[in-house]
Write a protein that binds this ligand. Structure first.
Ligand code: ZN
Ligand code: ZN
Length: 243
C-alpha cells in the first residue's frame, strides 16, 4: 500500500536532482551529470590523513599503510584518522554552498551518504560518539542551523552511533575562515572551543565532523578542546577537502 502511494506521489511530484533539478529515480540523489562533477577521493591516499596521492608518496613496510610526507614526519599526530568524501573544486562547490547558505537541508542526506562511504576505515576502528564542529550561538541564530550538526545527525542515523550536539561549544565568536588564509586562520580560531563536560568524551573514541576541510585549523582547535577530557581517540570526517 505504502509503495503504491509512493509511486503515485512520485508521478505527481517526481524526485529531483538537488543540484540542477532534473528528474531522478530516488530521493536524495543527484542526476548522473551532476554526480560526475564530483571528484571523489579514492585510493591511493595517505592511510593516516586521507590526502589523495598524486605523485609524491612513501610506501612503508606494509603497502596498505602509505603515508604522505607530512604524516611520515609527524611523530605525535593530533588525530587518529582523517577522511573526506570528495575534493572541493569549482564544479562541485555549489552543493556545499547551497547547503550552507540557503535552506537546502536535504543535501545533508546526500553528503552524509558519501561521508559514510568515505569513513570506512574510521568505522572499522570504532567510534563511540559523533561530534560536529559547533557554530557560535549568534551565528546559529542567524543561520538557523549548523551544517556540520546536520551531517553528524545524518551520519548517526546511518551508523547507529550517538551524536553529541551539546558538550563541545564555540565560546568565542570567530570570523568565517574563508576570509583568511594560512596562519591567520590558525589565529582566528585559536582557543575558540571548549568542552562543557569531561565525562562526555573521557575514554571515548570521538569522531569530529565538518563540511569542508581546508587547513584543518578549526578541527585542530576542536580536537585540542576535546583532548582535555582524555578521549581514547579522535578521528576526523568531512564531506569535502581542499587538496
Ligand atoms: Zn543534476
Ligand atoms: Zn598524510
Amino acid at each position: 500500500m505504502l509503495k503504491i502511494l509512493k509511486n503515485i506521489l512520485n508521478l505527481l511530484l517526481p524526485p529531483r536532482c538537488k543540484l540542477c533539478g532534473a528528474i531522478v529515480e530516488d530521493d536524495d540523489t543527484l542526476c548522473s551529470d551532476c554526480y560526475n562533477k564530483f571528484d571523489f577521493i579514492t585510493q591511493p591516499y595517505c592511510s593516516h590523513c586521507g590526502h589523495p596521492f598524486d605523485d609524491v608518496y612513501q610506501i612503508g613496510k606494509n603497502s596498505s599503510r602509505m603515508l604522505c610526507a607530512t604524516c611520515a614526519k609527524d611523530k605525535k599526530p593530533w588525530f587518529r584518522l582523517c577522511r573526506s568524501a570528495y575534493k572541493y573544486q569549482e564544479e562541485s562547490k555549489n552543493l556545499i554552498l547551497s547547503f550552507k547558505f540557503h535552506d537546502c537541508t536535504d543535501d545533508a542526506k546526500i553528503l552524509a551518504k558519501w561521508m559514510f562511504r568515505a569513513g570506512d576505515d574510521i568505522w572499522n576502528k570504532g567510534v563511540d560518539v559523533i561530534v560536529p564542529v559547533p557554530l557560535h550561538y549568534s551565528r546559529l541564530v542567524k543561520r538557523k542551523y549548523n551544517q556540520a550538526a546536520m551531517l553528524a545527525v545524518e551520519l548517526s542515523k546511518l551508523t547507529g552511533i550517538p551524536v553529541d550536539l551539546t558538550h563541545l561549544i564555540r565560546h568565542r565568536k570567530t570570523r568565517p575562515q574563508v576570509e583568511f588564509s594560512g596562519h591567520v586562520r590558525v589565529k582566528n580560531v585559536k582557543g575558540a572551543f571548549s568542552i562543557k563536560s569531561i565525562k562526555a568524551f573521557q575514554g571515548k573514541r570521538v569522531l569530529l565532523v565538518d563540511d569542508v576541510l581546508t587547513t584543518g585549523s578549526t578541527l585542530k582547535e576542536c580536537a585540542k578542546a576535546i583532548a582535555k577530557a582524555k578521549p581514547k581517540s579522535i578521528d576526523l570526517l568531512t564531506a569535502a577537502r581542499v587538496c
